[in-house]
Write a protein that binds this ligand. Structure first.
Ligand code: ADE
Length: 230
């Protein structure tokens, strides 16, 4: 069973609408839609925005649905200067940019317990997402995606994420899903289409481009699921 998580309805409805043999169940206020997508067993959930919602949803997919891989789909704010609205980033690793135990001498983003800042995405999933993007006519940048419980739209936030972490894109869930997957030994991947460039224009760009960007990520997910051997 492949778990697919999005934060908002625009990030998952286009997947649920093409699934067959659907069963819907609500756990911890999150709706889980299990069934078949492109010949593969999947469970899809709209987790809600932010790291806690994402973590709860990922853990339920692993425990209740025995998910053998989890993919996070949706939109993000582009940080890498070459990224434009609509461009795709596939994460090769993720980090929680708002994790901060620096007063104790830790690096920014250090996760006590996991003892690391950066969590590696599954190489096979990264390759499948990248090639699926290409097949869909969209070239993907592969790089670091950072997550935090903040919408990034100010210069000082944007500069910090680029300078401290070297991040390509910022969103609010992927690293939380990665964190849960690492704790459970489950492979994971994150793909995001840029709804904005995490800058002054983001407040107006995000609502204007979120739906179209989310649809691009879904298009790639559908192709990727077909190729996965889980
Ligand atoms: N998701 C989409 N755009 C974002 C931004 N600018 N900051 C955080 N999450 C986002």
């Amino acid at each position: 069973m492949i778990g697919i998580i999005g934060a908002m309805d625009s990030e998952v409805n286009g997947i649920k609408s093409v699934m067959t043999d659907k069963t819907v169940r609500t756990v911890a206020s999150v709706e889980f839609c299990s069934g078949t997508l492109c010949g593969k067993k999947v469970v899809v959930a709209e987790a809600g925005v932010g790291k806690v919602n994402a973590a709860v949803t990922a853990q339920i997919m692993i425990l209740e649905y025995n998910a053998s891989a989890v993919i996070n789909t949706g939109v993000a704010g582009g940080l890498e200067d070459s990224l434009r609205i609509g461009d795709i980033v596939v994460a090769d690793r993720v980090a929680e940019h708002d994790m901060d135990t620096t007063p104790f001498g830790d690096e920014p983003g250090f996760i006590t317990g996991l003892e690391r800042v950066y969590m590696d995405c599954d190489k096979k999933i990264v390759d499948i997402l990248e090639s699926s993007a290409e097949e869909a006519g969209m070239s993907a940048m592969v790089g670091l995606i950072v997550s935090g419980d903040q919408f990034i739209c100010r210069d000082e936030q944007r500069s910090r994420l680029k300078e401290v972490f070297g991040a390509a894109a910022a969103e609010m869930e992927g690293a939380a899903i990665g964190h849960v997957c690492v704790m459970n030994g489950v492979p994971f991947g994150v793909i995001r289409a840029m709804s904005d460039c995490a800058n002054d224009d983001s407040i107006s760009d995000f609502p204007a481009f979120e739906k179209a960007a989310a649809a691009k990520s879904i298009e790639i997910i559908k192709r990727a699921v077909e190729k996965m051997d889980v």
